[in-house]
Design a protein around this ligand. Structure first.
Ligand SMILES: CC(C)(COP(=O)(O)OP(=O)(O)OC[C@H]1O[C@@H](n2cnc3c(N)ncnc32)[C@H](O)[C@@H]1OP(=O)(O)O)[C@@H](O)C(=O)NCCC(=O)NCCS
Length: 192
């Protein structure tokens, strides 16, 4: 059965996804201090919390080194090809071999709205379906994140359900949407 221990580099027109490990921790630590990333990934409960670091660089070195060896996930640094700069991370995670499924997660800092996230999502999800032979990829997106939802719909994810009032942010409840894509959705979206 396929496991997710081999992380290839995936290269597109705008971005490359390359395996991330502890050496990327200082860069990713700085990028994830971006308040918009913190808010939209549901990592804070108030605007005041958005700037407080959740992890130290040392903790992230350990986390990324551990994840780079894990068999249930692929962890990539998203590299903008024009600058060569790391701009975020993308993951296939929670691999369930028996059901040929996994989850997807992405964030980008400082280089948004230039098409990078869409291409990075297509590269990662395409790898899941075409190389790993998975049947299903799922993700979660908060209702206050229409940009991410737009990206996921463009790639071929469909809304499957909603956890109502799953996040409390600045005293307001925010719904969490579950989106999924099946291998037939991928083939249809890609015109295959
Ligand atoms: C979500 C994310 C990965 C998308 O990557 P990106 O590079 O910014 O997105 P792209 O430029 O590829 O595409 C953005 C799309 O959303 C659209 N968009 C932008 N703002 C929007 C808004 N407020 N409402 C609806 N659509 C919006 C853009 O027009 C574009 O669609 P188009 O190509 O049809 O014009 C990135 O913005 C990000 O990391 N954001 C912060 C963290 C986050 O939200 N992570 C995801 C958690 S689920």
């Amino acid at each position: 059965m396929t496991d997710l221990s081999d992380t290839p580099t995936l290269t597109g027109d705008l971005v490359a996804l390359r395996p991330a490990d502890g050496r990327d921790a200082p860069c990713l630590h700085a990028l994830m201090a971006d308040p918009e990333v913190t808010r939209l990934t549901g990592s804070a409960h108030s605007s005041e919390d958005l700037t407080s670091a959740r992890w130290s660089v040392e903790q992230l070195v350990e986390v990324y080194d551990r994840w780079s060896k894990a068999e249930d996930r692929l962890v990539w640094a998203v590299v903008e090809r024009t600058s060569g700069a790391v701009v975020g991370e993308a993951l296939l995670l929670d691999h369930d071999p028996g059901n040929r499924s996994c989850s997807f997660r992405i964030w980008i800092s400082g280089a948004r709205d230039r098409g990078l996230g869409t291409e990075a999502t297509r590269l990662a999800v395409g790898h899941a379906f075409t190389t790993l032979g998975l049947h299903r990829v799922q993700l979660e997106v908060y209702a206050f994140n229409p940009r991410a939802r737009r990206v996921y719909e463009k790639v071929g994810f469909v809304l499957e359900g909603t956890q109502r009032e799953a996040l409390l942010f600045d005293g307001r409840w925010v719904d969490l949407h579950l989106m999924g894509m099946l291998e037939q959705d991928w083939r249809a979206a890609a015109g295959r």
